[in-house]
Design a protein around this ligand. Structure first.
Ligand SMILES: [Zn+2]
Length: 251
């Protein structure tokens, strides 16, 4: 859980309208006098960015985490989604902070063996429903980021995933560690959480192209703020994106 107040500025792109009530409550504010629509405010109010690719999503009586990493704790998880086995995404010590006896962990096959408890393994292209939350998996892989010549950091054959989950009627796409890939053209969502740091994943420029490819109403940059990438990458993405983009406060 965060110790940061939610009064930290949320930067909004131009053209959105801010719900006055939200502003009045001091929950969210926009830069440069731009405004968030009430729908955008509703979507962002349930999505908590915990830094890097870590998110907590608060549904109706259900708490979902994605790739918890370097978190300080928080409400017990009903559901934890893990995109792949790299330590900044599949972190047993962080999962331990939020895992209870009823927690279900959904993990790409390569990551599943790092955890114990109720585990559901997935591969790209799966559709499942856990605890009333519809979940689809999308491939996540590199096309032009290489560990060594010819060896991508995230090879297509590794079965790494992104997730589309529907919470309170909102379709949220967490892309995982990926480049802009053709499969994104088939993604329909309300919010897209996209990596922007470069090196292992899309650069801000590539993520802006990806955002245009994905059918989404809103984009939120990630994979910055805890080691790899800087908030500057997120700012660059926001400036370049043709899709409305918001940088969430890091909680
Ligand atoms: Zn990775």
């Amino acid at each position: 859980m965060s110790t940061h107040p939610k009064t930290i500025t949320v930067y909004a792109v131009m053209g959105l309208t801010i719900a006055a009530g939200i502003l009045a409550a001091g929950n969210i504010s926009a830069s440069g006098g731009t405004e968030l629509s009430s729908e955008t405010a509703r979507m962002t109010s349930m999505i908590h960015w915990l830094g890097h690719d870590s998110f907590r999503i608060d549904g109706d009586g259900i708490v979902i985490y994605i790739d918890p990493y370097k978190i300080t704790g928080g409400p017990k998880a009903d559901l934890i989604l893990i995109t792949h086995d790299h330590k900044d995404h599949a972190s047993p010590e962080d999962v331990a902070k939020i895992q209870g006896s009823d927690t279900v962990i959904v993990a790409a096959s390569a990551a599943a063996e790092k955890f114990s408890g109720q585990i559901q393994t997935v591969k790209p292209g799966d559709k499942l429903n856990i605890k009333g939350i519809p979940i689809e998996t999308v491939p996540a892989y590199n096309t032009n980021k290489f560990r060594s010549p010819g060896v991508p950091f995230h090879p297509p054959k590794s079965g790494y995933v992104g997730y589309i989950l529907t919470v309170k009627g909102i379709r949220i796409y967490h892309a995982g560690d990926t480049d802009a890939i053709p499969e994104m053209k088939s993604v329909h969502c309300d919010v897209a959480l996209l990596p922007v740091s470069g090196i292992y994943v899309m650069t801000a420029e590539e993520a802006a192209s990806a955002a245009a490819m994905i059918h989404t109403k809103l984009a939120i940059p990630m994979h910055v703020g805890k080691g790899v990438g800087s908030l500057g990458d997120a700012e660059r993405f926001k400036a370049l994106s043709s899709v409305p983009a918001i940088i969430l406060p890091m909680e």
